[in-house]
Design a protein around this ligand. Structure first.
Ligand code: ADP
Ligand code: MG
Length: 219
């Protein structure tokens, strides 16, 4: 599906959607031919949220690339890790970077780097995740993918990521990520599933939004 396989200076491309929608797979396909082209050096970076496996890897296949970890709360380190030979930079799990990522990406595209960003558009609550809305807005191209809903027998296109704790939907007021907890994604009692909107459940969300006056009380 990707017609582009070269490097397009200063172009920002965003790969987004829920978990398991193929964001990483598409990112890897996008750079697949670059090693065979002259002067097409590239580098992958991701936030240091889950450092157990130092590679970029899709559930889909065996293809992997080395990755450079960047402190999630100091994305400016990206500018130190990149060198003038890098004509393309891929940023994985970009939703976990703090707000400085917006500045950093703008700086890179002004330097004529071809920037590829992948990340979740929505968090487990179904709300915009980190700087992804900003990056999607300034992007030249946004690729939005869907997964297959994992709710019992559904199989509809999934646009949401369901967080489960002990097999039950996580409540709205649970923290987004447990930073510092080694078992962030590997915790035995916690799992994630791709879900369509009707099968995405967030107990406590209506109440929280009423409280924040996002939904008028007389609705
Ligand atoms: P992402 O980076 O978006 O989490 P990956 O590239 O790691 O996605 O994995 C996508 C692949 O995962 C798909 O191509 C498919 O082979 C596999 N997969 C596993 N579960 C599902 C699902 N529920 N819906 C779609 N693809 C799935
Ligand atoms: Mg991925």
């Amino acid at each position: 599906m990707m017609e582009e396989h070269g490097i397009i200076p200063g172009r920002l491309e965003v790969y987004t959607g829920p978990m398991k929608s193929g964001k990483t797979r598409q990112l890897l396909l996008r750079v697949d031919k670059l090693p065979y082209m002259n002067g097409c050096d590239f580098i992958f970076m991701k936030p240091d949220i889950d450092t157990r496996e130092p590679v970029i890897k899709s559930r889909f296949g065996k293809l992997t690339y080395d990755v450079t970890y960047i402190p999630h709360d100091n994305p400016y380190k990206i500018l130190e890790a990149v060198n003038p030979e890098h004509k393309l930079i891929g940023l994985e799990e970009a939703q976990f970077f703090s707000k400085g990522i917006e500045d950093v990406v703008e700086e890179l595209i002004e330097r004529d780097v071809n920037v590829l960003v992948s990340g979740l558009d929505l968090d487990f609550r179904g709300e915009p995740f980190g700087s992804m809305p900003y990056l999607m807005s300034i992007a030249d191209k946004v690729h939005k993918f869907t997964a297959v809903c994992e709710y019992d027998g559904c199989d509809s296109p999934a646009t949401r990521t369901q967080r489960l704790v002990n097999g039950e939907p996580a409540r709205y007021d649970e923290p987004l990520v447990k930073i510092g907890d080694e078992e962030i994604q590997g915790a035995k009692n916690e799992s994630y599933e791709a879900r369509c909107l009707p099968h995405h459940f967030v107990p406590g969300r209506e109440e929280a939004r009423h409280k924040a006056k996002i939904i008028p009380l007389n609705k």
